[in-house]
Design a binder for this molecule. Structure first.
Ligand SMILES: [Zn+2]
Length: 81
């Protein structure tokens, strides 16, 4: 009986470990894909920032309040390529 229990615990903890590893890899993949660029200063921005502006249904992220302000005042200037 004891051996069965130990095997069960081992299997459970191994499963938990395996699952958490899989989640970690997925998270890393998503964050790498969703890195945005600050259109004002061309810096790479982490998607977790609170400095966002929505213009023509598109969301733009900024590194600082200064960049967000500049964009808000003249979005067209920064959207031109
Ligand atoms: Zn910036």
């Amino acid at each position: 009986m004891k051996t069965t229990l130990i095997i069960c615990i081992f299997a459970l903890s191994f499963g938990a470990l395996y699952n958490s590893n899989a989640t970690e890899v997925n998270k890393q993949g998503t964050s790498a894909d969703s890195v945005k660029t600050d259109l004002v200063c061309k810096m790479k921005i982490k998607p977790s920032t609170n400095l966002k502006s929505t213009y023509q249904k598109q969301e733009y992220l900024f590194c600082s309040k200064g960049c967000k302000l500049k964009f808000d005042q003249n979005p067209e200037k920064y959207l031109k390529k």
